[in-house]
Design a protein around this ligand. Structure first.
Ligand code: ATP
Ligand code: MG
Ligand code: MG
Ligand code: MG
Length: 450
């Protein structure tokens, strides 16, 4: 009932007006009850969290199989915006984007012993010739072998910062909380190659700085904590954590100095800050990023070398840096939203503006014309909002009902043409989410505000 070809044609193809995006044509499976949603996930009764519930309810994601979700149009838009912001940060520090295969041969993983070390988390398969592969959970092996194959690498080309944004596969023992812990998810992973430990440490600080800049731009409160190196290895490691109650990590934070650590690394009995001896406080966090200084752990195995200043072959000093792309989306919603309404970092909101014309009635044509005009006016006058304005053309619903939906979805601006706007064009009602203000404006006033 949400999808009508007639309304779609009428609004999309209004002659001479270009395309208008209308809500009735959005593919957005929703309005299922929570128990129906959970049974779709095959795990009825299992605990859920706010971001998972909201994202399922408004049709941002849809369960495919445990730990795997269909990402629906709104989510894909938000994710593309996030990837754009990540690209800007990575490229600002000299990152070059690559894209490596998901299939990774067992030989590479045997070389680092991780074929066995990773245990059941590694999703393994065989091709028709019986050759063994895994679906990449991370790409240290693949990238180091790639760089090692480059026999003419010179110190002049370093540091080399390569990154990708791709799907990762991990057979998690407990996939849960929607996109927060999936078995298939998107990660941004960067791998860096330097000519000395000092240079590698500088690169490490540079990437950490880029992560701080990203989370600040997203307006997300984060803590950078000292972390365990786990199965990835290396000698120095930090996690970027968003403090949230449902977070699976326990953090120790010192209120007096800047010390913060994941409790996994820290002696669990330690109550005092190792830096200033102040009393540590505990908080829960979701790990959204992780950085490692690897040294030559991988370059020595695959022989990833460069010609040094004396022309002699020398092992590259490496670092690796992950960001959980889909996890950041869900974690941001978890942190910013109320129990009933999604709130996005402004940068990531799938659409910036939602227009709501009056309910179908006697003055329907006047109203449609008025909103159409406003839509076109915004499109012309605010080029940066190109493709960001959505018209809620479900005219069989009251304004109130559509406003409720819009509020739940979290558009930064919702603009309503109520009955008064039909008579008095200075009466577009504008709901601004950032300031929680409602203002009445003319068409020109709306453009100025946006
Ligand atoms: P966790 O401790 O939550 O299992 P991890 O330490 O195993 O994560 P890393 O190997 O450090 O993860 O991967 C880099 C980033 O990828 C993590 O910081 C996280 O943001 C993201 N990530 C890891 N596992 C998942 C998952 N199952 N679903 C979604 N994102 C994930
Ligand atoms: Mg893990
Ligand atoms: Mg971890
Ligand atoms: Mg980690």
């Amino acid at each position: 009932a949400l999808w009508s070809r007639a309304t779609c044609r009428r609004h999309h193809c209004a002659p001479g007006r270009g395309k208008r995006l209308v809500l009735s044509c959005m593919f957005q499976p929703q309005n299922l009850r929570e128990d129906q949603l959970l049974s779709l996930e095959g795990r009825s009764g299992e605990l859920t969290c706010k971001s998972q519930r909201l994202m399922l309810q408004v049709g941002l994601i849809h369960p495919a199989n445990p730990g795997c979700y269909h990402l629906l149009p709104y989510t894909v838009r938000a994710m593309e915006k996030l990837v754009r912001a990540i690209d800007q940060e990575m490229q600002a520090i000299g990152g070059q984007k690559v894209n490596m295969p998901s299939l990774s041969s067992a030989e590479l993983w045997r070389a680092t012993s991780r074929w066995d070390l990773m245990g059941k988390e590694l999703l393994r398969l065989r091709d028709r010739h019986g050759k063994e592969y895994c679906l990449g959970p991370t790409h240290e092996e693949a990238i180091t072998a790639l760089v090692a194959s480059q026999k003419t690498l010179s110190y002049k080309q370093l540091p080399l910062l390569l990154y990708q944004v791709t799907r990762k596969f991990r057979d998690e023992p407990r996939p849960r909380f929607g996109l927060l812990r999936g078995r298939e998810f998107y990660m941004k992973d960067m791998y860096t190659f330097d000519c000395s430990p000092e240079a590698a440490r500088q690169t490490y600080s540079l990437v950490c700085g880029a992560y701080c800049s990203l989370f600040s731009r997203l307006g997300l409160p984060f803590v950078q904590v000292q972390a365990d190196v786990g199965s990835i290895g290396g000698t120095m490691s930090h996690e970027f954590q968003l403090p949230v109650d449902i977070g699976e990590d326990l953090l120790a934070v010192c209120p007096s100095c800047s010390f913060a650590a994941n409790k996994e690394t820290l002696d669990s009995a330690q109550a005092n800050c190792p830096v200033c001896q102040g009393l540590l406080t505990e908080t829960r966090g979701v790990e959204v990023g992780h950085t490692f200084y690897l040294g030559t752990k991988y370059s020595s195995i695959f022989n990833a070398q460069f010609a040094n200043i004396h022309g002699k072959p020398s092992l590259a000093e490496m670092g690796c840096y992950g960001l959980g792309v889909t996890r950041i989306l869900a974690a941001a919603i978890e942190v910013l939203s109320t129990e009933d309404c999604i709130r996005w970092p402004g940068l990531l909101a799938p659409y910036q503006v939602c227009l709501i014309p009056p309910k179908r009635g006697s003055k329907e044509e006047v109203a449609t014309e008025l909103m159409g005009n406003l839509y076109d006016h915004i499109a012309e006058a605010v080029p940066q909002l190109h493709g960001e304005v959505l018209l809620d053309d479900r005219a069989h619903l009251t304004i109130g009902n559509r406003l409720k939906d819009a509020n739940k979805l979290g558009y930064p601006f919702v603009i309503i043409a109520g009955k008064r706007a039909l008579e008095d064009p200075s009466h577009f009602e504008v709901w601004c989410q950032n300031t929680s203000e409602v203002v009445f404006l003319t068409k020109e006033g709306v453009v100025e505000l946006l």
